[in-house]
Design a protein around this ligand. Structure first.
Ligand SMILES: Cc1ncc(COP(=O)(O)O)c(C=O)c1O
Length: 362
């Protein structure tokens, strides 16, 4: 067995060098990015409008906010745009400067990193493996400690791929409203769920001002390099505080231009949803037949697996895949995932088949 070295999910260069593979040859099952790549329509429009770089973006992003409003069903005046959802997560956490934050885990590590910079207290409520990582919202609400002023939820959640439906989310937001607790919901993966209307919390922003929902185009529209994120909240006071602390033109003009077109690219949106739904179901069904893994119900474009076979570690499964030039995510760095877990995202059918063969031979 080779010695375990530490890799992060996006350490493509490091991994390519370590395993002596050209990085272009690696299929990225760890990045959670739509395998269709950038839409042809967007590529053509970008190529034809490169001169946009010579102009500042509209400082108020009015046209883009109108497009977001139509796409998500929220008011344009409730929208803030930013440099990826990462900037908005960072702005929200720094501006709330929570004394006591509760994070639903195991989850994306950036929340903890940002919270650590504000100096507040952080605790986790962990989803239970024995419940297939499905949240018991009543138990969650009961565990919100006195003095909590910020709750952070990723929905659907990375890495469990579980999701909280809108009515359960409303119970959480409603309780938090009564207790004066602000709720941040990261919906980076929401467009991949089978029925978005039953999951998204954007409509709740109309009725509750203790809530901000954050999204981006990095994953669903295969555009992580564009750095376009957006968020919705009806809390105008908080919104203007965010804008005061945000750098002007934080989203560049190319991002604003392409982002607006992406949200209207219905053909690409539907093609993606069909591909992910079909391939996710196929992978789930095939993996559920194996004794080697426990597979959990998946709402996002990735699937979490627990290794049941004795003596096999997540790193060994990672290595088996990378030797075939497929990079999956070894989940050992995720807080509170006790046991051996790996995560992979849905790629093109022929690649999914290749990964399935590797997993079937573990
Ligand atoms: C849950 C979650 N939120 C946010 C991000 C970052 O997204 P963006 O590229 O929009 O900053 C990621 C990236 O992996 C993620 O998994």
């Amino acid at each position: 067995m080779s010695k375990k070295i530490e890799f992060h999910g996006s350490d493509l260069e490091k991994i390519a060098e370590y395993y002596q593979i050209q990085k272009e040859e690696i299929t990225q099952f760890g990045a959670n990015v739509n395998p269709l790549g950038l839409s042809e329509h967007i590529k053509q429009e970008l190529a034809a409008h490169l001169d946009i770089i010579s102009r500042y973006p509209d400082r108020n992003y009015t046209s883009l906010k109108n497009a977001i409003s139509r796409y998500c069903g929220c008011r344009p005046e409730n929208v803030v745009v930013g440099n990826g959802s990462t900037e908005l997560i960072s702005l929200l956490i720094s501006q709330r400067s929570a004394k006591k934050a509760l994070v639903l885990g195991p989850t994306y590590s950036e929340y903890e990193r940002e919270l650590s910079l504000t100096g507040g207290q952080l605790s986790y409520y962990n989803l239970k493996e024995s419940d297939n990582f499905i949240l018991d919202s009543k138990d969650f609400i009961n565990s919100i400690a006195e003095g909590t002023d910020l709750v952070i939820i990723c929905n659907p959640n990375n890495p469990t791929s579980s999701a909280i439906n809108q009515s359960d989310m409303q119970k959480i937001v409603d309780y938090c409203h009564a207790k004066d607790i602000f709720v941040m919901i990261d919906e980076t993966y929401v467009e991949f769920v089978p029925d978005m209307a039953t999951i998204t919390a954007v409509p709740l922003t109309e009725h509750y001002d203790n809530l901000m929902v954050i999204r981006g185009v990095s994953k669903f529209f295969a555009a992580p390099g564009l750095r376009f994120g957006y968020a919705a909240t009806s809390n105008r006071r908080f919104l203007s505080m965010l804008l005061t602390h945000q750098n002007p033109w934080s989203l560049n003009s190319i991002g604003a231009f392409a982002g607006e077109l992406m949200l209207q690219d219905t053909e690409y949106i539907e093609k993606t949803r069909r591909l992910i739904a079909e391939q996710r179901q196929k992978m789930y069904q095939e993996l559920a037949k194996l004794d080697t893994f426990q597979v959990y119900p998946a709402y996002a474009n990735f699937i979490l697996l627990r290794i049941l076979k004795k003596g096999i570690t997540s790193f060994q499964v990672f290595e088996a895949a990378i030797r075939e030039k497929m990079m999956i995510r070894d989940c050992s760095s995720f807080q509170s995932l006790n046991g051996e877990f790996v995560r992979f995202c849905i790629m093109l059918p022929k690649d999914n088949q290749r990964l399935l063969s590797v997993l079937q031979n573990i």
